[in-house]
Design a protein around this ligand. Structure first.
Ligand SMILES: Nc1ncnc2c1ncn2[C@@H]1O[C@H](COP(=O)(O)OP(=O)(O)OP(=O)(O)O)[C@@H](O)[C@H]1O
Ligand SMILES: [Mg+2]
Length: 453
């Protein structure tokens, strides 16, 4: 382990598991803190820096859906995207693991876990996280050296051509744009690109992550407040709308707004006017709105969870980013881009990908899209022992192969798929496959019969 003691936060609502994990990691020299609820995790992360968070996906309120765990991941991404998060999922909860990776978790481990593997996963993430944070510190110290203007946007594939043409057309305009697409498809990159292509580029784009805003904070964050408007309002404060005057306001995770918040936002968009909380003075600003979401907003509208009038205000132009698996031609370029970036950042002389690695990259399903690719390559760059990244260093695990359509499968089909895969992995050895699946041999045989395998 690196010189300084690593500080680990472990979250699970089962006290016995927490105790076991605490003992395990302490014996390996970690400083360990524990949390038994998502709220406690948020509080701890808000208070101090951790080298990694190891968290269970399921908590009391909702013990199998993993909803609370997923919400927590989104929240944590907004608080500190550099904190490496490893999630623990119940055995068989493939959907949960894949969704967690989509939301920015760095890795996952299935319960019941193997201690060696758990230690290895956490150790890797601690080292990675430290490297990432170190390089970010250097970068922010060298702000002046950083390329200005539009961020890198790699898009040579056929699927991206209409997107690029649309971006070029509307970039320079004042049109509001709604950017949609799965997690990690590059929505934020596109927003930054649109802003940089506009006459507003002289001023910085202002971003608000609406997914990370607590209910009570929304209005004052967006519209500002007057001194004394509420207990903590010690001074007058401008909101993001004012800060974005003559610039672009990027409203990220727009589908997370409650209906009340939507009504407040709509009013500003319609009238171009607002008041700071606790003030009666009406203010006007000149702001271009770019919004983004990974939700299906039309479905949200149909379900009555998103106001149609607000939707129409936001999507003057809609830019939909296809998932990475639908633009695989971009993979070699993207992979080379991230490799060059990580190699320079970490001063590693890794020049490219071995053929088996490139094949693995091209075949993989990329449920977490470009972000997952960036993470995978960053990790591989750090792990690479030779001049080329090998398939083994990419460290793909079978879970991913089944991920893209897993949502469409029934439980029975998923079971069948997992059994087939476990058997394939262990070359037909039933004992090993049963072990891997957490079943007894006879239980696996019964299932083989049932599925006609
Ligand atoms: N076409 C691209 N070319 C180069 N880098 C890209 C591209 N698309 C995405 N990236 C990089 O991938 C990462 C994820 O992109 P981004 O944050 O824009 O995704 P997102 O769609 O906003 O995801 P989320 O829904 O999770 O917020 C970033 O590091 C970004 O720089
Ligand atoms: Mg984003």
């Amino acid at each position: 382990m690196s010189p300084a003691t690593a500080r680990l936060l472990v979250a699970d609502d089962a006290r016995d598991i927490l105790d076991a994990l605490e003992i395990l990691f302490r014996s390996e020299g970690y400083e360990v803190e524990t949390a038994t609820s998502p709220l406690a995790v948020v509080a701890a992360v808000g208070e101090r820096d951790f080298d990694a968070l190891l968290m269970d996906m399921n908590y009391m309120r909702d013990t199998t859906g993993g909803r609370e765990g997923l919400d927590l991941l989104t929240r944590l991404q907004a608080m500190d995207a550099t904190l490496p998060v490893v999630v623990m999922t119940a055995w068989g909860s493939i959907v949960g693991a894949v969704e967690a990776l989509r939301r920015g978790a760095r890795d996952y481990i299935q319960k019941p876990f193997d201690n060696e593997r758990l230690l290895h996963v956490v150790r890797t993430q601690v080292e990675l996280g430290r490297a990432i944070r170190r390089s970010q510190r250097l970068e922010s110290e060298n702000l002046a050296l950083r390329a200005t203007g539009a961020p890198a946007l790699i898009a040579q594939s056929a699927a991206m051509q209409p997107v690029l043409r649309l971006m070029e057309r509307i970039g320079p305009s004042d049109a509001n744009a709604l950017i949609t697409g799965e997690h990690g498809t590059g929505k934020e990159v596109v927003a930054a690109w649109l802003h940089a292509a506009s006459p507003r580029a002289a001023r910085a784009m202002v971003t608000v992550n609406l997914g990370g805003l607590a209910e009570g904070v929304f209005e004052s964050e967006l519209f500002g407040h007057a001194k004394g408007a509420f207990t903590d309002a010690k001074a007058d404060r401008a909101g993001r709308f004012e800060l974005a005057d003559q610039s672009t306001l990027f409203l990220d995770e727009i589908a997370n707004l409650t209906l009340t918040q939507q009504a407040k936002l709509l009013r500003v968009l319609q009238e171009g006017e607002f008041e700071r909380v606790g003030s009666s003075k009406t203010r006007r600003v000149d702001v271009r709105i770019i919004a983004a979401t990974n939700a299906d907003v039309r479905a949200e509208v149909a379900a009555g969870r998103f106001r149609e009038d607000l939707f129409f205000r936001l999507n003057t132009v809609e830019i939909h980013l296809p998932p990475l698996r639908e633009r695989r031609e971009d993979l070699p370029l993207l992979a080379a881009h991230f490799l060059a970036q990580s190699a320079a950042r970490y001063r590693r002389s890794v020049a490219g990908f071995a053929p088996d690695a490139m094949r693995a990259l091209l075949e993989y399903a990329w449920p977490g899209n470009v972000r997952e690719l960036a993470h995978a390559i960053e990790r591989a760059t750090l792990l690479a022992e030779g001049g080329l990244v090998t398939a083994a260093e990419l460290n793909f695990r079978p879970i991913s192969e089944v991920s893209p359509r897993i949502e469409d499968l029934s439980l029975e089909e998923v079971e069948r798929l997992l059994i087939t895969k476990a058997l394939a992995r262990h070359e037909g050895n039933v004992t090993l496959a049963a072990q891997a699946l957490g079943l007894s041999r006879s239980a696996l045989y019964r299932r083989l019969q049932r599925h006609g395998l």
